[in-house]
Design a protein around this ligand. Sequence first.
Ligand code: FES
Ligand SMILES: [Fe+2]
Length: 377
Amino acid sequence: MTQEGLPPSLIATLPGGHYADPGIFALEQERIFEAMWFCVARASELAKPGSFRTYQVGRESVLITRSRDSSVKAFLNVCRHRGAKLCTEESGEVKRAFQCPYHAWTYGLDGKLVAAPNLTKMPDIDRTEYGLVNLHVREWLGYVWVCLAENPPSFEEDVIGEVVSRLGDVESIERYDIDNLSVGKRIVYDVKANWKLIIENFMECYHCATIHPELTEVLPEFADGYAAQYYVGHGAEFGEEVQGFTVDGSEGLDRIPGVAEDQDRRYYAITVRPQVFINLVPDHVIFHRMYPVSVDRTIVECDWLYLSHVIESGKDVSRSVELFHRVNQQDFDACERTQPGMSSRVYAKGGVLVPSEHHIGAFHTWVQDRIDAQPVG
Ligand code: FES
Ligand SMILES: [Fe+2]
């Protein structure tokens, strides 16, 4: 990135091609999404052994399931015989094994090849070697994270470390007990925009006064344009009249018991590169996962998590959900409005970041360094 000719208040963004060129997206798939920890399912979605879900991670289809010993397993969703896609459904349940719909090679929940037509006549076939290809998998905050790299980066540094560098320590997130919260609402958004536009938008609040009337009512400091993510450890304070993090500032739900006094009546936003956003408020957690589909399309799955007794008792969470649902729509509309400009000649060399957005420059440097780096693992 060249800063040549720019006044000191401004720094350059990435050039437009980084948001519009399928060649750049292919490099990001290989060097970012297939190389880093990638968050897929809520662990509770794999209710019992044999429950499964499939996801696109980078260029690969990934199959996750719960094994007999209750642990979560992740595999490449490709048959070891002649390469058919093993599971074509997005989710489902098998009793004991996954059977390929082509020639019926059959794999146990641990990925091992357990049966195939005439397998007994081929005693030289090692059932583990010709089993499904295992991926690294971790559970944290009640979510399943996978890594396609052979030698994954440190989860502690790359994932937990991102949260720590934002909040100051790991206890600050542990107090929300996210593992044990229940999904009160999930909304899936199909956003016609590059994944980086969504991250950049999430990282800044320069747009808040313009597009987020409800949010700036609840968090008045957002109207100044300085994002919660601008200062380490800072959470944006609720307005004085505001009772809860709801669309009209009315009372929220039961407060999560572990939340500390200095975290109460505050909103914290965390970006975990490359595809997770975590939003913490005293009575719930909003957890976004992005699934980049192509250079100009990203599926965003957003969960609203509450104390389980709040959900079980059937309490009305709609005013609480509605606030961030509107924020999501307002943000994603802005991203979609920006996407076509990425291929305009105006943006060939990129745009500019004002001082309250300068921290996005570090994200751009990070993306560029990943793209330039030789693949590892
Ligand atoms: S491709 Fe799966 S059994 Fe042949
Ligand atoms: Fe926003």
